[in-house]
Design a protein around this ligand. Structure first.
Ligand SMILES: [Fe+2]
Length: 293
């Protein structure tokens, strides 16, 4: 049995104090939003308790699907690396970036510098998609993080990454691995258009043709489960996890993370999902448990 933990959207708090020169772009709206709202939502102590509970479960690997940052200040990427290092080694933790990690042009370059060891393949090569083999798992990391216009939080894979994903999944057919896609934006979402994955249909076509055993995403800050079409009538569970830092004092969708207990063998995999999260008293408890396959 292999245990994979998944957390997302920690939106690390507190926000470093920006210089005025760093706010002369889209960051200004994000900064005002942080001061007015989000600093009361994303709580460092809540995140610390979630991570402590996750570590107590002793997972074999941890997947993080982006949005460590808030407005892509250079200091946020340094703090993001320090948080990742406390979470685990690059051997233990796989990361993909989110839209807040590419909030402005240049943000993603800083992320790729500071977080490179957590976003590379087994040969230490960067770029997306990456492939990491851990136990029976093939972890496939995708990046939907692109700078967008003011007020937008859309994501985009782009045709090159989608084509490379199809090629990678074709090659992986020869190996007996449980394939897990890590992506920030969900392929299916009820969010407003300015938050969606622009090329979700192209991704779904690749998954319908090649299949994977599991897709994990963040972005909507909600526990979500959607079933996507796979090849030959198979279905692919696309599972979203709440933000790992939302205080139960301000939201019914308080901080949580998911565990996956993966067993079996090719053609007969088993996968149990256990959702854990913070209750109103501040304790981290089991919320839900279901078999996905
Ligand atoms: Fe987020």
């Amino acid at each position: 049995m292999f245990t994979l933990a998944h957390l997302s959207d920690p939106h690390l708090a507190p926000l470093p104090q920006p210089r005025w020169s760093e706010l002369l772009n889209k960051r200004i709206t994000g900064y005002i939003n942080w001061r007015r709202n989000r600093r009361f939502v994303h709580d460092a102590e809540v995140l610390r308790k979630i991570v402590a509970d996750l570590k107590a479960q002793a997972p074999d690997h941890i997947a993080v699907t982006g949005d460590l940052a808030n407005i892509s200040l250079p200091e946020e990427f340094v703090r993001g690396r320090e948080w990742l290092e406390r979470l685990g080694t690059p051997q233990q933790v796989s990361l993909v970036p989110g839209n807040h990690d590419a909030y402005v042009t240049g943000g993603l370059e800083d992320a790729e510098t500071e977080w490179a060891a957590y976003m590379c393949d087994d040969q230490d090569d960067d770029g997306f998609p990456y492939l990491r083999r851990r136990g029976p798992l093939a972890l496939i990391g995708l990046s939907t993080a692109v700078p967008t216009a003011w007020g937008m939080a859309t994501g985009r894979l782009g045709p090159m990454q989608i084509e490379a994903l199809a090629g990678l999944l074709e090659e992986l057919k020869a190996e007996p691995l449980f394939r897990v896609v890590l992506i920030h934006h969900p392929p299916v979402s009820k969010a407003k258009p300015h938050k969606l994955l622009a090329d979700a249909d192209a991704l779904k076509r690749v998954l319908a043709r090649h299949g994977v055993e599991l897709l994990l995403h963040g972005h909507d800050h909600l526990q979500m489960l959607n079933w996507l079409d796979g090849p030959g009538g198979a279905r692919v569970p696309a599972v979203g996890v709440p933000s790992a830092s939302i205080s139960p004092r301000v939201s019914r969708n308080a901080a949580g993370y998911n565990l996956y207990r993966i067993g079996g063998a090719p053609g007969a995999w088993t996968c149990e999902m256990i959702a854990r999260g913070m209750d109103e008293s501040g304790a981290v408890i089991e919320r839900n448990r279901i078999m996905l396959g």
